[in-house]
Design a protein around this ligand. Structure first.
Ligand code: ADP
Ligand code: ZN
Ligand code: ZN
Length: 732
């Protein structure tokens, strides 16, 4: 027999299918195998099996060995892999890696087994004990212990009675040792929470609408607190009852514990979790539980869309608008698009849930491409928290140069004096965004990037937030030697410092990338705040979503403009989403909540819509801007990013690419809304000079995209990196 194999080398030159021969009948489509490749043995996946080969059978080398008995991939996941290759322009090997836990490749993690000692059924302990030597005290004790407990872990017994006692009993035939697969469970410390609720009429309608719609995609547009989660759980339940499996995606791992608690309560071991916060062993075991069908519900961040499930009945993407669903490194896939393909493939329903749908999704829903379901009311009928705008221009004029407006200060005092909790949101970590010399105006920059450095007071360092480079904090300007340094732009560290000055007795927690480095960092901080061991939580967008803290009655948004002024076409949308999400953290239980939103542009329409929770009008404005300016969803934004450590080479590659693409442009001008070539907004990153060719073309023109890709791909080489991004979230 012959097998078509993809080898695990991510290189365009070997992005081919290689043939090997085999006789092992356990080798099937989807099996992982070790194959000879040149002088080496490497891993690969079988994607096809056949009886005859086009090649001379003498020249075909045999498969070295089968890596696992159960094929890691299925027909479905293989088809999904082909889809990713085609739409993300990556090698098959790169696409394959999405489908296998990284620890499985190269055999880094293996299954673990426990040795179990069992008592022999029906053995009379009083008879057996007389046959033991008088001096074998440990064996006797063990015999009685086993007679009572029947079954026990070898290691536990060996610790207590000594390994020789255990082995002695086994030799005499009074006990047997068996092995059991050991599951490394990621659920330690997660207690099941069960609230068994009766669905409201609206929720029931939503569930039925998903199930009965003739459209495969439903958009569940429901305000925060409208009970979307119950709808998801119900839909999953239905799928499971029909013998199908389910995938549930959430945007960030900090969100997973809450969702997981509910899923565990409802579905027990039937739910498996896949995310990067798990240890390698845990992830490996969870993956296999799904693959073996022991667990039928996969829950995780975006990569869980590649879960090794069969017969998927429902896919749910919670907070579908979230930026984390688009991968920012190759393969640059859009989770929603992959989910659509997967749902189509297995006849499953796809539910996109959000309180602030992406502009694209809402347009498709209005156009009737998606089934639109609305949950406009909160379950507890509580109004959304009242939002007050603080005009920071006035504060500055009044001489207030703290990060807090006077309204926010007063509200904080109120909140704390009542024993309630507050959340302060600021999307900037570190102490200050920049450090500037007051003499010469010099801004400290990263050596390898065209980026200013952020001051981190905790370890007296200057950090590049783009490449991660760390420098010692300066004591004098590196240009003119002046010791007078000014801090520009406030970060979370500084906010905590200032809060301590204002409220010396308040207990403050900070949650940002720096305080959540450790595996369970997120959970620790959230649990502490949830247990009311702190009064104020200061954080970046990590705190914006999903968390439900009943005693939070105040949310302060320190710089609502921060994301407005990015040059990205999505900045208005992102700002609206973020503000709505953050505001939703306030007043979730009995007490009503308040939000103070600080801004330097209080008349900005996006902020106005956000404080009134007016999604519809925000959407109307946004979609008309997109239409007028020819941005997605009316076009696709395509960027070819060219970068190299050698500026000349980057530039000449850029020119060549631009010239070649110009032919396509001139031929099919009607398909282009924009075509240009320039330095990237971030001109240098990690020592690489960056240029870009930017295009806006008619939406969903796969043929044109393929053409562009083929023209560009050949310019890749060892010194010049080229990537093609379609509707990327990050155009820096
Ligand atoms: P969303 O995901 O839309 O923000 P949730 O699903 O978190 O909303 O629901 C908000 C709150 O309402 C939760 O505390 C949830 O337990 C509760 N809830 C949801 N559905 C019901 C119901 N049918 N009956 C009673 N409480 C419900
Ligand atoms: Zn200076
Ligand atoms: Zn840098």
């Amino acid at each position: 027999m012959f097998a078509d194999v993809i080898v695990d080398i991510n290189n365009v030159e070997v992005d081919k299918i290689f043939e090997y021969s085999f006789s092992d009948c356990d080798i099937k489509i989807g099996s992982r195998v070790a194959v000879p490749f040149g002088q080496k043995i490497i891993e690969g996946v079988v994607i096809g099996v056949k009886e005859v080969s086009k090649f001379d059978p003498e020249k075909i080398r045999p498969i070295h060995r089968l890596l696992e008995k159960t094929p890691a991939l299925t027909e479905e996941t293989l088809s999904l892999m082909e889809y990713v290759c085609k739409t993300c322009y990556v090698t098959r090997a790169a696409a394959l890696r999405l489908f296998l836990p990284s620890e499985m490749r190269k055999g880094k993690v293996k299954e673990q087994f426990n040795r179990i000692v069992s008592y022999i059924d029906g053995l009379d302990v009083n008879v057996a004990v007389t046959t033991l030597r008088k001096t074998a005290i440990k064996q006797k004790e063990l015999l009685y212990y086993l007679a009572e407990n029947k079954k026990c872990n070898f290691t536990v017994l060996a610790e207590r009675f000594g390994a020789s006692a255990v082995n002695g009993l086994v030799e005499k035939g009074y006990a047997i040792i068996t092995t059991e697969k050991r599951i490394r469970s990621p659920y330690k410390g997660i207690d099941a929470q069960n609230k068994n609720v009766e669905l409201t009429e609206k929720q029931k309608k939503a569930v039925n609408s998903v199930v009965n719609s003739d459209k495969s995609v439903s958009l569940l547009f429901g305000v925060t607190g409208s009970g979307k989660t119950e709808v998801y759980l119900n839909l999953i339940n239905r799928a499971i009852e029909k013998g199908k499996s389910a995938i549930m995606l959430v945007p960030e791992i900090s969100l997973t514990p809450q969702m997981l608690k509910q899923l565990r309560a409802r579905f027990g071991d039937n739910a498996a979790i896949l995310h990067s916060g798990l240890s390698a062993g845990e992830r490996f075991d969870e993956w296999w539980r799904l693959r073996n069908g022991e667990a039928k519900i996969a829950i995780g961040a975006r990569s869980a869309i590649f879960a090794p499930l069969e017969n998927v009945g429902i896919i749910i993407i919670d907070e579908e608008h979230d930026g984390s669903y688009t991968s920012e490194s190759a393969p640059r896939y859009s989770t929603v698009e992959v989910a659509k393909y997967r749902a189509e493939y297995c006849g499953a329903k796809l539910v996109l849930g959000s309180a602030t749908p992406s502009v694209e999704s809402y347009k498709y829903a209005l156009d009737g491409v998606y089934n639109l379901i609305e949950l406009p009311d909160r379950i507890n009928k509580k109004p959304l928290p009242e939002v007050e705008i603080a005009d920071m221009r006035k504060e500055v004029r009044r001489g207030n140069n703290t990060p807090f407006s006077s309204v926010l200060k007063t509200e904080l005092e109120n909140c704390l004096s009542k024993g309630n909790q507050a959340i302060i949101f600021l999307n900037q970590r570190g102490y200050s965004k920049t450090v500037i010399c007051t003499e010469c105006g010099h801004v400290q920059k990263c050596d390898s990037c065209d980026v200013s450095l952020t001051y981190h007071k905790e370890d007296e360092s200057l950090l590049c937030h783009y490449c991660g480079a760390k420098y010692k904090m300066i004591t004098a300007c590196t240009e003119c030697g002046s010791p007078f340094i000014r801090y520009g732009g406030t970060g979370t560290e500084r906010v905590v410092d200032e809060l301590k000055k204002l409220f010396p007795s308040a207990r403050i927690l900070r949650m940002d990338r720096d305080t959540t480095q450790s595996k369970e960092g997120h959970f620790k901080i959230l649990n502490k705040f949830s247990a009311r061991e702190a009064d104020i939580l200061v954080g970046t967008q990590m705190i914006a979503k999903g968390h439900d803290f009943p005693f939070v009655t105040l949310v302060g948004i320190l710089d609502a403009d921060m994301s407005l002024h990015f040059s990205d076409y999505r900045s208005g949308e992102r700002t609206f989403q973020l503000l709505t999400q953050v505001a939703g953290r306030s007043g979730r239980a009995e007490q009503s909540g308040k939000v103070v939103l600080q801004t330097y542009s209080p008349d900005n329409p996006v902020l106005r819509y956000a404080i009134n929770y007016d999604y519809e009008n925000f959407f109307k404005q946004e979609i008309s801007i997109r239409k007028a300016t020819a941005f997605p969803p009316f076009t696709d934004v395509v960027r070819i990013l060219i970068s190299s450590e050698d500026d000349d080479r980057a530039l000449s590659a850029t020119k060549a690419i631009y010239e070649e693409l110009s032919y396509i442009y001139n031929e099919q001008r009607e398909k282009f809304r924009f075509f240009g070539c320039m330095k990237a907004p971030l001109k240098r990153l990690q020592n690489k000079f960056r240029y870009q060719v930017l295009m806006r073309i008619n939406a969903n023109d796969r043929e044109l995209l393929d053409k562009v890709f083929i023209s560009v791909d050949k310019y890749k080489n060892r010194t010049v990196l080229i990537s093609m991004e379609v509707n990327s979230n990050n155009l820096t």
